[in-house]
Design a protein around this ligand. Structure first.
Ligand SMILES: NC(=O)c1ccc[n+]([C@@H]2O[C@H](COP(=O)([O-])OP(=O)(O)OC[C@H]3O[C@@H](n4cnc5c(N)ncnc54)[C@H](OP(=O)(O)O)[C@@H]3O)[C@@H](O)[C@H]2O)c1
Length: 344
């Protein structure tokens, strides 16, 4: 089988995906009888390029890595913006890795909607469309016989959603608890190591984990969006990030951390979704955990989730050493599952 791939965004994740596709080209052909062309790439400030015959992916990487624009690779009439790109690009699957607005989920939700309406399969690493429009977009995908997969939205490439979809059959998930935000976990680890709050944030920025403006992480927005994705997809909830009872870590002090350690535990920013009758309630808040809790030992940039279900009582998945390539890997797996028709 041959598929045409278009990429929305060509930042850290999408470029890691481009490199992974190049690295896995032989594996895809040998193990899945799959060949591919990348027929288009759209960015916000680096231009966009469409070539129905397939772009030179290595040249696209070279251009963007060296600060140049992609327009030199474009064939055909110009496209004015990303929605026009989606309409114009001849492709089978759109790999969406644009910017996340945790308060609105836009503009990525509009991009995913437009792609599905045009009959394209969609893989996204962007939590926004899933947290704000999961039911609508998954219904639209079903209507158009398209795949809509988003493994990389939570815990990067770790298969937490895949486990839910493929392995937790005939099971009710009653509770989800997780450590899902790297920046806050790294800052809390920094406080345990004796740094001040500001120094811990600066250190997380210096290693490229925290953004220049880390407020979405520190105030718990990113974590809230992630627990909404898990609750809506694995528990059948219909929450939005604004429904989450959300407290970030900005008020946590070194003294709090010392007191937690003296009590033989740690403070962690815990995302939680709990089934209460017909309702699912979600929260994000710093909580003292005893050392006996597996989540207590998840430090630095690792993340973890514990599922409590009516069949498997406690299932914990821990992921360490994440980077854009691990996120790209989740997108690659989603694409393969779509190609294998695993989306109905
Ligand atoms: N980094 C990770 O490890 C990670 C992990 C899990 C999920 N994610 C999610 O993956 C997505 C991408 O993350 P990233 O780290 O790759 O971000 P990034 O490096 O900031 O890249 C974002 C890309 O999206 C492009 N973009 C922004 N608005 C656009 C628009 N309106 N139309 C077309 N392109 C647009 C940007 O274009 P310019 O280059 O012109 O600005 C850039 O190429 C985000 O939703 C993020 O939450 C990231």
């Amino acid at each position: 089988m041959h598929i045409r791939i278009a990429m929305l965004g060509y930042g850290k994740v999408a470029r890691a995906l481009a490199r992974l596709l190049l690295r896995k080209t032989d594996t895809l052909r040998q193990e899945y009888d799959l060949t591919f062309d990348v027929t288009g790439i759209a960015t916000r400030s680096r231009g966009s390029a469409i070539d129905p015959a397939g772009l030179d992916l290595e040249e696209a990487l070279r251009l963007v890595d060296s600060g140049d624009r992609l327009d030199a690779l474009h064939q055909g009439p110009p496209v004015a913006d990303t929605l026009e790109f989606i309409a114009a690009c001849p492709t089978d699957v759109i790999m969406e890795a644009t910017w996340l607005n945790p308060q609105t989920g836009q503009p990525a939700t509009d991009y995913v909607r437009a792609a599905l309406q045009a009959g394209r399969h969609v893989v996204t690493a962007n939590k926004g469309p899933v947290a704000y429009a999961y039911r609508e977009l998954s219904a639209l995908a079903r209507q158009n016989n398209c795949g809509f997969f988003f493994e990389s939205t939570v815990m990067d490439g770790a298969p937490v959603l895949g486990i839910g979809r493929e392995a937790l059959l005939a099971t009710t998930v009653n509770r989800i608890r997780g450590i899902l935000n790297s920046t806050t976990n790294l800052v809390l680890t920094g406080l345990e190591e004796g740094l001040t709050f500001d120094a811990a944030v600066a250190s997380a920025q210096a290693v490229g984990v925290a953004e220049a403006n880390p407020s979405n992480d520190l105030e718990g927005w990113d974590a809230a969006v992630k627990i909404v994705v898990l609750a809506n997809v694995l528990m059948g909830a219909d929450l939005r990030p604004q429904d989450v009872d959300r407290v970030g870590i900005t008020d946590i002090t070194g003294e709090d951390i010392k007191a937690a350690i003296a009590e033989k535990g740690r403070i962690k920013l815990i995302c939680e979704a709990v089934r209460e009758g017909d309702l699912v309630r979600a929260s994000v808040r710093p909580i003292w955990l005893p050392l006996s809790d597996p989540l207590c030992h998840v430090s630095r940039t690792s993340s973890a989730v514990t599922l409590e279900t009516d069949t498997l009582h406690h299932l914990t998945l821990v992921e360490g050493d994440t980077d854009p390539t691990t996120t790209a890997y989740g997108m690659l797996v989603d694409m393969l599952n779509i190609v294998r028709g695993r989306f109905d």
